[in-house]
Design a protein around this ligand. Structure first.
Ligand code: GLU
Length: 432
């Protein structure tokens, strides 16, 4: 079983979408089930409706799953397993007040050393614990030995006991911390392979430790994906618009193109332009780069153009608010100069809107419009052009510049003869 485990705490980031795509691909390849686990245990950070939005985005990207689970539904199990670890003395109650811990954390920061729990409450006797009525957290005991695991991308990784530390598994309000809930749920959900972002790498030994203490010995495979960098080579933050899947979709990037780009990024693939279905045939996690790749919006724009060209023309036309195969073909022509659906729609809408010629062309423009309105139907652009030339007595750029504006509303664009092929049946609407 594989899983995608988003937190409903914000807009879906392209890094999360990449994680979802790769989990889906691997689940399909291995014929394993794939679940969505909404990690909603941090109530303060949850945003109402984000879970539904995430599921909608998965649908838009054709990422199918077998089930949706909510982590908070497992609260009872998280608490039971924490009590069990307490009984087994693999965890202990910690009464250290938050303010004191905060002070110690700050002190460590000041001295430029990594903060570690100092073990105060681990030393308390049973009596001291039982007689204490103060609120407490539950901390797991740090391991005695280092913990190693093999990452499918990064290779063998080892973490020292001090780096794992005696960390909190249940908060004062008896809700589980992220690491605890995640480790337990991966066990309860019978997960076989975890693919997630490398920001979770230091969590993995903690989650392995939790399950080891519980005696769960099924090995879970891990692959941590390098984070996606921005142009400057820094982590792409949530504040950068292009990091939001919703924003990219709103801008008119096709889901197929975004998926293509994210699978391609930092990967060795047999081709550059492909569909999700094709990627399932050849994707190999071993081909992913260990190092982070930069997000390049120009590359995404190129891939988007290629996917626009691959669309069914009638479907494309509908996406743009029209209903004709010809308009779809016309739109494909505009991939010469436009990359997103929004940019292309702007070009097409201009063709069908009232035109405002610059003053210098106004006179010739009016003559041309009149001639186009009165012209019979011409299949061929040259015949059409010759006819307009004869009727208006205009030639060369005196003809072409205003004619282009009359037909497209723009001064520049694809070849008029190519455009004409697709608009010859709509001239009446275009020069109305
Ligand atoms: N909820 C975590 C996140 O959104 C996912 C952790 C995981 O995949 O284990 O970053």
């Amino acid at each position: 079983m594989l899983r995608f485990a988003p937190s409903p705490t914000g807009d879906m980031h392209i890094g999360n979408l990449k994680v979802a795509l790769l989990n889906y691909i691997v689940a399909k390849q291995q014929n394993e089930k794939f679940i969505i686990r909404i990690e909603d245990t941090d109530k303060k950070r949850n945003i109402e409706g984000k879970d539904k939005e995430i599921l909608e985005i998965l649908k838009i990207f054709d990422i199918e799953y077998d089930n949706v689970l909510y982590q908070s539904d497992n609260l009872k199990f998280h608490q039971q397993f924490a009590s069990h670890l307490l009984m087994e003395r693999k965890a202990f109650a910690c009464f250290c007040p938050e303010e004191l811990l905060e002070k110690k954390r700050e002190e460590a920061k000041k001295n430029k050393i990594a903060y570690r729990y100092d073990g105060t409450c681990e030393k308390l006797s049973d009596e001291e614990v039982l007689n204490n009525e103060k609120p407490f957290t539950i901390r797991i005991k740090k391991p005695k030995e280092p913990i190693s695991f093999k990452d499918e991308i990064k290779g063998e990784l080892t973490f020292l006991p001090d780096d794992i530390d005696s960390f909190v598994i249940l908060r004062v309000d008896k809700t589980p911390t992220y690491n605890f809930a995640c480790a337990i749920d991966d066990m309860l959900n019978d997960i076989s392979f975890v693919i997630r972002g490398e920001d979770h790498i230091s969590n993995t030994p903690k989650q392995i430790l939790i399950r080891k203490y519980l005696g769960y010995d099924k090995e879970i495979k891990y692959a941590h994906l390098p984070i996606i960098l921005n142009k400057e080579g820094k982590k792409m933050s949530k504040r950068e618009k292009a990091s939001s899947v919703k924003w990219l979709l709103k801008e008119g990037f096709l889901p197929q193109a975004i998926a293509n780009y994210l699978i391609l990024l930092g990967n060795k693939t047999p081709k550059e332009i492909f569909t999700l279905k094709e990627a399932i045939e050849w994707f190999n996690i071993k081909n992913l780069s260990k190092t982070s790749a930069k997000f390049d919006i120009d590359k995404l724009r190129f891939i988007n153009r290629e996917h626009i060209k691959m669309l069914d023309s009638l479907e494309l036309s509908k996406e743009l608010g029209y209903f004709s195969k010809e308009i779809g073909d016309l739109a494909k022509l505009y991939t010469e100069e436009a990359s997103t659906l929004n940019e292309i729609k702007e070009k097409i809408d201009k063709i069908f809107s009232a035109k405002n010629p610059p003053l210098e062309f106004k006179e010739n423009f009016d003559k041309i419009v009149k001639a186009v309105k009165e012209a019979p139907y011409f299949e061929d652009f040259n015949e059409f052009k010759n006819h307009i030339s004869k009727e208006t007595n205009l030639k060369g750029k005196n003809l072409f510049k205003p004619l282009r504006i009359a037909l497209t509303g723009a001064k520049h664009g694809p070849n008029l003869s190519d455009i004409y092929k697709h608009i010859k049946n709509y001239l009446g609407e275009i020069v109305k």
